[in-house]
Ligand binder design. Sequence first.
Ligand code: GDP
Ligand code: MN
Length: 418
Amino acid sequence: MLSDSFLCLPCVWWNGCPRGRTVVCARLSDSLCDVKLQEFQAKKLFESGGIPVPRGMTAGTAVEAASAALQLGTDRVVVKAQVLVGGRGKAGGIKVVLVPKAREAAESLLGKPLKGFMVNTVLIEPALSIAQEIYLSVTLDRARHRAVVMASGAGGVDIEELAVKSPEKIVTAHADPAVGLRGFQARQLAYDMVATAGLDWAEDRISAFAGIVLKLYDVYLRYDCSLAEINPLVVTADGKLIAADGKVDVDDNATFRQPQLVAQADRRHEDPDEIKAKEAGLSYIRLDGSIGCVVNGAGLAMATLDLVKHYGGNPANFLDIGGSSNPAKVTAAMQILSGNASVKAILFNIFGGITRCDDVARGLLEALSRTEVKIPLVIRLTGTNEAAARELLSAAGMKAHTQMDDAVKEAVAAAERR
Ligand code: GDP
Ligand code: MN
């Protein structure tokens, strides 16, 4: 996402966290929050909100694609791979072809990976004759506690790249949460964008654009989005505005209100371990290090990641088994971590408050009896029912540290040796 300010979920530090946890935090806020929709699904929401979109049809086979292309009744169509990644155009996932070639274009995309994601569906639309490409999105500005609309005349390109290279080309408007986005703000945004991009727009196009801004804001609110984005919003050769691409992410905190969107979401694009963890009631985020961490409580989990880094290691994940005493969660956590080839050592860090150390120990022993763990396991536990936990572990020939520092150092050293 574009915004360089965010609220770190577990520890509630604002942007510029004094402990420099930004990488983990950015990943957390991104991955925990969003249910991502495919372009064709996003466009349906846009359409229901009155935003102009191309007439489109989806196809799962080349034959279906060919017949869809015929039904659209144009001579040229665009065949678009439906995968949840940006930059499909550059990667060859968007093909503008004459109708008789639609079948071939679909064949070249379907059943093959695009940027690592399998293409199961293509979207067929009449090809647009593009005069200009505009960027338009609504997202949450966490630092200002309100939704922000962002627009740029330099659309079509990667917005993250634009934000870094030419931030002055992006104009914004913030919606007051009490009154929503006002009409005059949408018009001002249009004038600002036209001025910065040097576009020659007449009054009617300004109005049409401002109307789309308000409608996109409505979609953003109605569907509890964390992001609603049109990139590009195309100005066609005959002067019309139309959403040529669509991206909608639904805030995970609101999924209970949006069951119809959650049901549509294609979970195949999500990390299978993250899905498994969610089902087991764990907060799990994959990171790219080698030390698998099993911790109770998000704050302690963050502190553990910090300490792993401090002693020169790299965490393989954030994992919070929660505050409750539930051996099943420990078992699930162990299965996820021991199935991950990049994990070279597993670090248990349990502070027994509500969580009872003996329950965790029992879960751990149960997990070990079910799954063979071939990598070093380092345990630290202290707090409620600690003595009982130590007894259980030592009966199984295992020891546990009391101090977090000792356990982390040992885990880092163990991972390094492998
Ligand atoms: P993305 O690369 O994943 O963002 O996919 P887009 O749907 O944004 O398409 C990428 C680019 O394809 C657009 O920015 C356009 O420049 C180009 N394109 C060319 N012709 C068409 C057309 O008829 N429809 C669409 N949607 N894009 C087109
Ligand atoms: Mn796009």
